[in-house]
Design a protein around this ligand. Structure first.
Ligand SMILES: Cc1cc2nc3c(=O)[nH]c(=O)nc-3n(C[C@H](O)[C@H](O)[C@H](O)COP(=O)(O)OP(=O)(O)OC[C@H]3O[C@@H](n4cnc5c(N)ncnc54)[C@H](O)[C@@H]3O)c2cc1C
Length: 357
């Protein structure tokens, strides 16, 4: 994105990527539909960046979600707003967008140099966009960290963000339910409650609602995760339903009929030893071990300390060198907030670089 803004502004630009092909993680994000950004009002959108809001706000206001959508449309990619307010390309993948984008860059004279690793400052005007530390085999392997640290730049340790959490499931539960979603649930961790969906996986639990809580789960370990399997019913309404006689039904059939629970929900109650009553169904305590490793997290927290860059993401110690995207220390939930901040910081740095030439 920075290359496009620079080239459109008349600069001669080369992109160096150490992988054999560019944008591998962007393509992976496309497997989940490529959630480009979110349609909520800008004021609440900005809140999603938590304590990094002030750091990112000017860049996001200068290149907001509407500008990102217009940019995608300009590449011939139509977008739509999903039921959750998230914005996706109609094709629900990244490859057509990437193809059109690379054609545009080529047309602007941008040189793409693959298998070319950045190894240190060389005096050229540079925008670094080398990513965070998740999915390292797709390119963002954080090998730049020691280089920047050797140059006296503070890089806060990378930690998994929007990650799975490990739970020691029984073999029977794991084999039967790995890959099964718990739909329309509410999760509470250390007083924070979110509505959404979670997914049972081989090693634990993942999905949008888990990612939304993952910062607190990572920073404040040791609390149980409570799953409300029927968030639309009060405990009293549920208790009334459960007062109906069971008759000849098995317990599972009974819970399915009177409480509307799915097989995975009923088995989760059993697996965790929670009571099969209204209180149990409204707050299934799931023992969380720890976040799964960073290698499979959606994104990473940590990165170049915020006070190492100026308002346009220029490294204070290396004027003429900027750092954008996930390299910088901010985090956000899934919902399009990650790509939006990467695009917006890239545009801000490129515009500043052009203005300062
Ligand atoms: C499974 C998955 C799904 C996701 N889905 C979404 C989604 O739907 N919506 C969303 O907003 N976000 C999503 N994300 C997050 C999003 O993809 C990232 O936040 C975003 O790609 C980060 O962009 P970036 O440009 O900072 O870094 P990256 O996309 O990681 O790109 C960094 C590039 O730098 C290159 N590089 C690294 N080191 C060097 C070096 N030393 N020299 C040269 N090149 C180097 C890498 O090869 C890579 O091409 C998803 C992430 C994952 C893993």
């Amino acid at each position: 994105m920075a290359a496009e803004v620079l080239a459109a502004g008349g600069a001669a630009v080369a992109i160096h990527d150490h992988m054999a092909a560019p944008a591998r993680k962007f393509l992976l994000a496309g497997r989940g539909g490529l959630n480009l950004t979110h349609s909520e009002p800008l004021e609440s959108f900005l809140e999603r960046y938590g304590e990094a809001k002030g750091f990112l706000e000017p860049a996001i206001r200068a290149f907001p979600p509407a500008a990102l959508i217009a940019w995608a449309n300009g590449l011939g990619i139509e977008t739509f707003v999903g039921s959750s307010g998230r914005v996706f390309p109609k094709q629900m993948k990244a490859s057509p967008l990437l193809r059109a984008w690379l054609r545009r860059l080529d047309g602007l004279g941008v040189k793409l140099q693959t298998r070319s690793r950045w190894q240190g400052f060389d005096g050229r005007l540079t925008i670094l966009a080398m990513g965070g530390a998740s999915w390292p085999h797709l390119g963002s392997d954080a090998q730049w960290v020691p280089v920047l640290q050797a140059a006296g730049i503070t890089v806060n340790p990378f930690k998994p963000a929007n990650s799975r959490f490990l739970v020691k499931w029984s073999k029977v539960f794991r084999e039967r339910f790995a890959g099964t979603p718990l739909k329309n649930v509410a999760l509470t961790y250390a007083g924070h409650r979110v509505r959404g969906e979670a997914m049972i996986s081989q090693e634990g639990i993942e999905g949008g609602a888990i990612y939304a809580l993952s910062k607190g789960m990572r920073e404040m370990p040791g609390h149980p995760l409570h799953v409300d399997l029927r968030p639309d019913l009060t405990a009293e309404a549920l208790a009334l339903r459960l007062a109906r006689p069971r008759g000849k039904d098995t317990q599972s059939n009974y819970l399915r009929k009177v409480a509307g629970l799915t097989p995975v929900a009923i088995s989760l109650l059993r697996e965790t030893g929670n009571a099969m009553d209204a209180a149990g169904i409204k707050a299934v305590a799931v023992p969380i071990l720890r976040p799964a490793g960073i290698a499979r997290a959606i994104s990473s927290a940590g990165g170049i300390a915020r006070d190492e860059v100026d308002a346009n993401f220029q490294l204070r110690k290396f004027p003429g060198v900027y750092a954008v995207g996930e390299m910088l220390d901010w985090e956000a939930p899934t919902g399009g907030y990650l790509l939006q901040a990467c695009f917006s910081t890239a545009v801000a740095a490129a515009r500043a670089l052009l203005a300062g030439r």
